[in-house]
Design a protein around this ligand. Structure first.
Ligand SMILES: CC(C)(COP(=O)(O)OP(=O)(O)OC[C@H]1O[C@@H](n2cnc3c(N)ncnc32)[C@H](O)[C@@H]1OP(=O)(O)O)[C@@H](O)C(=O)NCCC(=O)NCCS
Length: 328
C-alpha cells in the first residue's frame, strides 16, 4: 500500500513595509491615546505600506525568504496558496502575481478568502495536497495590506491593523516530524460582525462609496467574545483529538489580533503566558499574515527549534477559525 507522506514546514520567511505608525502618530489622526490603545489591545506600533507598494511585492519577498530557508527553488513549487482579503486587484488571484514575481513557473496559484484564518486554511489544504500525493512542495502565504481597507476616520478600527507578509514552504517529511493535524471551521451566520460590504457585487460601487461601505467594518465587542471561545475550542479540539494536552506543547502561536484576546484564550486553555508567542505590540493585527510572521520570528529567536511541538490557532471574518499542530 502507498505510504501517505507527512507534510512538514521546510522553510519560513516574512516581509514588512519600512514605514512604522506608532500610537503617538495615531493620536494625530483620530481622537485616541497611546494609553487607550495599549490597555485595550496591547498594540504599540504597526507597519504601513507606502502608496506605491503592493500586496504581491511583500508576499513575494516573504515567499523568496521561505524558499531560501527551505533550500527549494521556485520552479519546484507545485502549488501557491495565499490567504488574503486585500489582493492587488479584484481578480485574478494575488497568488498569480506572486507566481510571476518569484518565477514559480510550474505551480498552480490561487487565493483563499478566509480573513485572519487564511494561513491556517492554507496549511490544511497543503497538508491534504501533500498527503494525497497531488503536490510535493506547497508555498503557503499570508499577506495583507489592511491599511488599504481601513477607515482612517474610525478610531474603533484604525488603531488595530497593520500590513505584512509571512510564508512557509511545506513539503514531505522524511521522518516523524511534521504537521500532526489541522482543523478548520466557519459559521456563515456571523458574516455581519466583521466584513467589508462595498467592494463586492451586491452593492453598486457609487452607493458603497457614498455610504462609506468600502472599508472594513466590525462589531468589536461581539468579535472579541467569539474569538476567545472559537480559538479556545479549536485548540482544545485538536489537542484532544491527538491525545495531547497543553503540557505537550512547547509553543502556542495564536493569531495576533489583540493581547487581551490572546491572554483570555491562553487562560481558557490553561497555558502559561511564557509558552505563548506574542508580537502584536510590534505589528498590530496583520490578519492572514500574523501566524506565519510569528512562526518565522519564533524560529529566528530560537523560541521554536527542531523537534518542538507548536500549536497555532486563528480566528477571523466569516467567522472562520482553525488550528494546526506541528512538530518542527
Ligand atoms: C475593538 C476593541 C479594542 C474595543 O474595546 P472595547 O473595550 O470593546 O471598547 P468599546 O468598543 O466598548 O468602546 C469603549 C469606548 O471606547 C471608545 N473607543 C473606541 N475606540 C477608541 C480609541 N481608539 N481610542 C479611544 N477611545 C476609543 C468607544 O467610542 C467607547 O466610548 P463610549 O464608552 O464613550 O461609547 C475590542 O472590542 C476588541 O479588541 N475587539 C476585537 C477586535 C479584533 O481583534 N478583531 C479582529 C479579530 S480577527
Amino acid at each position: 500500500m502507498k505510504k501517505t507522506p507527512k507534510a512538514m514546514i521546510l522553510g519560513t520567511g516574512r516581509a514588512t513595509p519600512e514605514r512604522v505608525l506608532t500610537n503617538a502618530d495615531l493620536e494625530k489622526i483620530v481622537d485616541t491615546t497611546d494609553e487607550w490603545i495599549r490597555e485595550r489591545t496591547g498594540i504599540e506600533r504597526r507597519f504601513i505600506a507606502a502608496d506605491h507598494e503592493t500586496n504581491s511585492q511583500f508576499a513575494a519577498r516573504a515567499a523568496q525568504r521561505a524558499l531560501q530557508s527551505a533550500n527549494i527553488s521556485a520552479e519546484q513549487i507545485d502549488i501557491i496558496v495565499q490567504g488574503t482579503v486585500t489582493g492587488d486587484v479584484g481578480f485574478p488571484a494575488n497568488a498569480c502575481y506572486v507566481q510571476e514575481l518569484i518565477g514559480a513557473t510550474n505551480a498552480a496559484a490561487f487565493d483563499i478568502s478566509a480573513a485572519c484564518s487564511g494561513f491556517i486554511y492554507g496549511l490544511a489544504l497543503a497538508d491534504g495536497f501533500i498527503a494525497s500525493g497531488k503536490a510535493r512542495y506547497v508555498l503557503v502565504i499570508g499577506c495583507e495590506l489592511l491599511s488599504r481597507i481601513t477607515d482612517w476616520k474610525d478610531r474603533a478600527t484604525c488603531v488595530l491593523f497593520g500590513d505584512g507578509a509571512g510564508a512557509c514552504v511545506i513539503g514531505p517529511s522524511e521522518g516523524e516530524r511534521g504537521l500532526i493535524d489541522t482543523f478548520i471551521k466557519s459559521d456563515g451566520r456571523l458574516t455581519e460582525l466583521l466584513c467589508m460590504k462595498g467592494r463586492g457585487t451586491s452593492i453598486p460601487l457609487e452607493v458603497a462609496l457614498a455610504e462609506r461601505k468600502v472599508f472594513l467594518a466590525m462589531q468589536g465587542r461581539e468579535v472579541f467574545k467569539y474569538a476567545v471561545t472559537a480559538m479556545g475550542d479549536a485548540s482544545a479540539h485538536i489537542l484532544e483529538k491527538n491525545g495531547m494536552t497543553s503540557d505537550d506543547i512547547d509553543l502556542f502561536i495564536p493569531h495576533q489580533a489583540n493581547l487581551r484576546i490572546i491572554t483570555a484564550t491562553a487562560k481558557r486553555l490553561n497555558v502559561s503566558m511564557d509558552k505563548v508567542y506574542v508580537n502584536v505590540q510590534d505589528y498590530g493585527n496583520t490578519s492572514a499574515a500574523s501566524i506565519p510572521i510569528a512562526i518565522d520570528e519564533a524560529i529566528e529567536k530560537k523560541r521554536l527549534q527542531s523537534g518542538n511541538r507548536c500549536l497555532m490557532v486563528a480566528f477571523g471574518g466569516g467567522f472562520t477559525w482553525g488550528s494546526a499542530l506541528v512538530q518542527l
